[in-house]
Design a protein around this ligand. Structure first.
Ligand code: DGL
Length: 264
C-alpha cells in the first residue's frame, strides 16, 4: 500500500469521498444523495482498473489504497467504499491505517434477506473475492442457521454495467446461464452483493421471479454514513443541495456522461 496521508482536521463543509472499482458504486451514491442531500460528494470510479473482482487480494488492496489516498489528498471528511470487493479486501486494513477517518465499507445485505424469511433460501450474488473473503465468511456464519444460503459469483457482470448495457439479449443469456445452475431450487430472497448489480436489477428480478425479494447494501451504507457523520458533528447543515464531483481513472470521457445517466 502507498504511504500514509497525514492527519488533517475533519470539517463539516468538506466533501464525502465515495469510491468503487468503476461505476457500480453510483448505486450507493444514489442512496447517499437521498439520505444526505446537502452533502457534496466526490465520486471516484476506478474504471481503468475495473473489474476488481477477479484480481488478486494484493492488487485489490493496492488499487483501493491508491483511490482512498487520492480522496484524502482532496481533503474528504469521510470515505465510503461503495464496492463490496474493495471493502472485503481492504476495509479493515484502511480503518487501521486511518483510525481518525470515518470509513464506511459496504457489505452484502445478508441480514435483512435472512430476516425477511427465516428458514428460507437466500441467493447471494457477488464477486468471487467478496464471497471468498473473511468478511463475508463471518457474516455467513452468523446467519447460516437461520436460512439456506447459496453463494453465486457472477464474473463478467460488472463489465456489462461499465459499458452501459443494462438490458440486452447477451445480458439475459449470461444471467440465465448462471441461474440455470440452481435447477429447480426455489429462491425466496436475492442479495445483490456487488454494487454494479442493482443497475441490472429489473432483469435479475424478472429471471429469478417477481415473488423473490431482492436486497442490496446501498441504503444501509448511506444510513451508516449519516450516523458516523452525525456522531462526530460532521453533518453539513446548510440548507441547499450538495453537488457531485465526478472523477474517474479512465481517460474515456464517455464514462462521466454514463455516470451521470446512471445517477439519474
Ligand atoms: N462493484 C464491485 C463490488 O461491489 C465489484 C465489481 C468489480 O469486480 O470490480 O463488489
Amino acid at each position: 500500500m502507498e504511504d500514509l496521508v497525514e492527519v488533517y482536521e475533519l470539517q463539516a463543509d468538506m466533501p464525502v469521498g465515495v469510491m468503487d472499482s468503476g461505476l457500480g458504486g453510483i448505486s450507493v451514491l444514489q442512496k447517499i444523495r437521498q439520505v444526505l442531500p446537502q452533502e457534496n460528494c466526490i465520486f471516484f470510479g476506478d474504471s481503468a482498473h475495473a473489474p476488481y473482482g477477479d484480481k488478486s487480494l494484493a492488487e485489490i488492496r493496492q488499487l483501493t489504497a491508491n483511490v482512498v489516498n487520492n480522496l484524502l489528498r482532496q481533503r474528504v471528511k469521510a470515505v465510503v467504499i461503495a464496492c463490496n470487493t474493495a471493502s472485503s479486501a481492504a476495509g479493515a486494513i484502511l480503518r487501521e491505517k486511518y483510525p481518525w477517518l470515518p470509513i464506511i465499507a459496504i457489505e452484502p445485505a445478508l441480514k435483512p434477506a435472512v430476516l425477511h424469511k427465516i428458514g428460507g433460501r437466500v441467493l447471494v450474488l457477488a464477486t468471487s473475492t467478496t464471497l471468498r473473503e473473511k468478511k463475508f465468511k463471518k457474516l455467513m456464519e452468523s446467519y447460516e442457521d437461520k436460512a439456506e444460503i447459496i453463494s453465486m459469483p457472477l464474473p463478467g457482470l460488472p463489465e456489462f454495467v461499465e459499458r452501459g448495457e443494462l438490458d440486452s439479449p447477451a445480458l439475459r443469456e449470461f444471467l440465465q446461464k448462471h441461474f440455470s445452475a440452481l435447477g429447480d431450487k426455489k429462491i425466496d430472497c436475492g442479495v445483490l452483493g456487488c454494487t454494479h448489480y442493482p443497475f441490472v436489477r429489473p432483469v435479475i428480478q424478472e429471471l429469478l421471479g417477481e415473488e423473490v425479494a431482492i436486497f442490496d447494501g446501498a441504503e444501509g451504507t448511506a444510513r451508516q454514513l449519516r450516523r458516523q457523520l452525525d456522531m462526530r458533528g460532521l453533518l453539513n447543515m446548510r440548507g441547499k443541495n450538495g453537488e457531485v464531483i465526478w472523477q474517474n481513472s479512465s481517460k474515456d470521457t464517455h464514462l462521466i456522461e454514463l455516470s451521470k445517466q446512471l445517477l439519474g
